[in-house]
Ligand binder design. Structure first.
Ligand SMILES: [Zn+2]
Length: 337
């Protein structure tokens, strides 16, 4: 399969065929997806699925080769479907539909392509899309198909920027980083759902012999003035900016972020850090500043700093493997930089 990407406009998909390697057809209503969606939801909350919950696989007809595919929300109402490398397949079919809560039925559409990655752009905001994939080989001019993969669902959340009480949101996610600041008077403490999620996580960690505690939770603007100045005094402004936020730019002021156990680099690789990275998404948290993403997030790797997003959103974002900045297509940079 070729690696080139083709962009398909959703509006156009419904009306007409566009790309030369594609054949589309309407194959019925979305009703037949419902049962598989239930399975998908169970998979999403399962303990071992958090990192690959939006990938699926189709058994090739020979049963000797599994064809995997992954789904991700790339940016701005766009979903990409990528098939793993498979030499035997001559092409694939992607079947997809939107789950529309309105009474009017939404057709299930089928797309035939021999591209490795297919990008679906301009999807309807906030609509839930279901995808499944099968591959085929051409043998004596006949297409021989694999079984259909399981159905994978993805919510196309609208990520519009909006400012509420001086705080910046993308979709319903509050963003505080080097680009987007909070007002001085924002926040009063940790949000209750964060405390509850942490308690649940710490309690489950204890069952695995892991002790988790909060070393830093909510930090007010005034406290951040002190914290940041301390770091500047210790190591200069440039180094301070890599490890701590300027006042108004700290995620700790949101009441949604926690530092767990230790903020020393030596925390990385400890059983606690490994447990946290593996499991925090189940409780609605993400590791906010992952390894090798400093140029994107504006911060060095912080295995201790987790950000609460709620279980559903955390799972959705963790599945993409993207940082919040990449997910929303935004920057984390101070104005004068
Ligand atoms: Zn932190």
């Amino acid at each position: 399969m070729k690696k080139a990407m083709i962009a398909l406009e959703m509006a156009v998909i419904i009306l007409a065929m566009t790309a030369c390697h594609t054949i589309r057809q309407e194959v019925g209503s979305l009703g037949n997806y419902v049962q598989d969606d239930v399975t998908m939801q169970q998979e999403l909350s399962g303990p071992t699925r958090q990192n690959d919950c939006l990938s699926g696989s189709a058994s090739f007809y020979t049963e000797s080769e599994a064809v995997n595919f992954s789904l991700s929300v790339t940016a701005k109402n766009t979903v990409s479907v990528t098939l793993s490398e498979t030499e035997d397949a001559d092409g694939c079919e992607i079947e997809y539909t939107a789950r529309n809560k309105e009474a009017s039925p939404v057709p299930t559409l089928r797309l035939e392509t021999n591209e490795k990655t297919t990008v679906f752009s301009d999807l309807i905001p906030n609509e839930i899309y279901s995808f499944r994939v099968r591959v085929y080989q051409i043998i004596q001019n006949e297409k021989v198909y694999s079984k259909w993969s399981h159905v994978k669902r993805i919510t196309n959340t609208m990520n519009q920027k909006q400012i509420i009480d001086g705080a910046t949101y993308f979709g319903d996610v509050l963003i505080t980083n080097k680009t987007y600041a909070l007002p001085e008077d924002y926040g009063t403490g940790l949000k209750m759902e964060v405390v509850n999620a942490f308690r649940e996580m710490a309690s489950d960690a204890a069952k695995d012999g892991i002790t988790l505690w909060i070393v830093s939770g909510y930090r007010s603007y005034e406290m951040q003035v002190v914290t940041y100045q301390y770091n500047v005094n210790q190591s200069g402004r440039e180094k301070a900016d890599r490890v701590s936020a300027r006042p108004g730019h700290s995620e700790h002021q949101t009441g949604l972020s926690l530092d767990i156990n230790s903020t020393l680099d030596s925390f990385a690789g400890t059983p606690e850090a490994i447990w946290l990275e593996k499991h925090c998404v189940q409780y609605g948290f993400i590791i906010r500043y992952p390894k090798e993403k400093e140029s994107v997030t504006g911060y060095q790797y912080e295995p201790w700093h987790i950000r609460y997003l709620g279980k559903e959103k955390a799972a959705e974002i963790a599945c993409t493997g993207l940082t919040l900045e990449e997910y929303f297509g935004i920057t984390s940079r101070y104005n004068e930089d």
